[in-house]
Design a protein around this ligand. Structure first.
Ligand code: SF4
Length: 337
């Protein structure tokens, strides 16, 4: 079965969420009509964050903030132009209007520097550009801080950046000059957009594939031993981290941690969900018992899909609200809304 040759976390999760949605998306390949702009905006932010790390790894130095913002801005413009071309100006305006509500709530929560008068421009696309720029300014400051400690240590780290893959010189320096160290841990990126693909089970032909946003090496200073302890950290970016999607995000983290162990030979004991909009981080310790559950879920879901003759809809008000097929699905709880 073509739809089971190569599967991703989101493909398997879509089946668990609603088998009918899985059928529309991956078997019928029905055209999906976007219901809001948030995911497109998030993808452009995500792209800029990836380009930041990519540039660090390629050039062994931080890119400028202007470069990061430009990556976002070009990607966002292209995304909006594609939407306009595919679905027309009228639908685009509808999307801007629908998305502005959620954006306004989130914007208010962020206590935007520019104040409430700026919020009146929410119905214009330009405002999203301004918001994206502000989010990336904060992202850039945070990343520079966590990657290069802070203050005086910024210079130390910058000097050692040419040894990006092996910061032993820096570690030695920090051990000898502890009075300068403001934070007891720091990270350096190892990979960005790290692809994986492996057989879910030896006797099946189904491969699990995906791409991990970022893998960092972390050093945590241990005062007792006067040593830095090394750790590999899996990082996934999310535009927002909400209680509503947290459990799904954690499931995704575990699938990726499983992939790191099985395919990349990079066992991981800690993962971070990094919220781009607010900068909040959720640290997830990776536990063996949940890893085992994840392995079982992967195998069981593949078997369930392959045994499914009829993809039954499992509608609910909240599920159907954000479903791209709500207007063609006969079982939708949100048809025509
Ligand atoms: S509209 Fe609802 S029932 Fe129909 S496919 Fe989407 S989530 Fe499933």
């Amino acid at each position: 079965m073509q739809h089971l040759r190569k599967v991703s976390f989101s493909r398997l999760k879509t089946f668990s969420h609603c088998p009918k949605q899985f059928e529309f998306k991956y078997i019928q390949e029905a055209p999906s009509i976007p219901t809001n702009l948030n995911s497109h905006f998030g993808k452009s932010l995500h792209f800029a964050a990836q380009q930041f790390v990519h540039s660090c790894l390629e050039n062994k130095q931080f890119p400028t903030l202007g470069y990061v913002v430009e990556q976002f801005s070009n990607n966002w413009k292209e995304s909006v132009a594609n939407l306009q071309q595919q679905f027309g100006q009228e639908h685009l305006e509808k999307l801007i209007k629908v998305s502005a509500g959620t954006l306004m709530i989130k914007t208010a929560k962020m206590q935007m520097k520019n104040g409430p008068s700026e919020q009146s421009k929410l119905f214009g696309l330009e405002y999203w550009n301004v918001l994206g720029t502000q989010i990336l300014e904060q992202f850039y400051a945070r990343e520079k801080d966590s990657l290069c400690i802070s203050g005086a240590n910024t210079r130390i780290f910058d000097a050692s950046f040419s040894e990006f893959d092996d910061s032993s010189w820096l570690r030695q320096y920090m051990l000898l000059n502890k009075q300068f160290v403001q934070y007891a841990s720091y990270r350096t990126p190892l990979y960005t957009e790290k692809d994986f693909e492996f057989k879910i089970e030896e006797h099946t032909d189904t491969f699990l594939r995906g791409s991990i946003d970022r893998i960092d090496k972390e050093w945590i200073y241990d005062e007792k031993s006067n040593q830095y302890k090394e750790n590999t950290v899996l990082i996934e970016y999310k535009t927002d981290i909400s209680p509503h999607s947290l459990s799904q995000n954690i499931d995704q983290i575990y699938v990726y941690a499983y992939a790191m162990k099985m395919e990349l030979d990079l066992p991981v004991s800690k993962a971070i969900l990094s919220g781009l909009r607010t900068g909040e981080e959720v640290v997830i310790p990776i536990q063996e018992a949940k890893m085992k559950q994840t392995e079982d879920w992967l195998q069981e879901t593949v078997v369930q899909i392959s045994n499914t003759k009829e993809f039954i809809a499992t509608p609910s008000f909240s599920k159907c609200k954000f479903c791209d097929f709500k207007n063609i699905c006969p079982s939708s709880a949100q048809r025509g809304k």
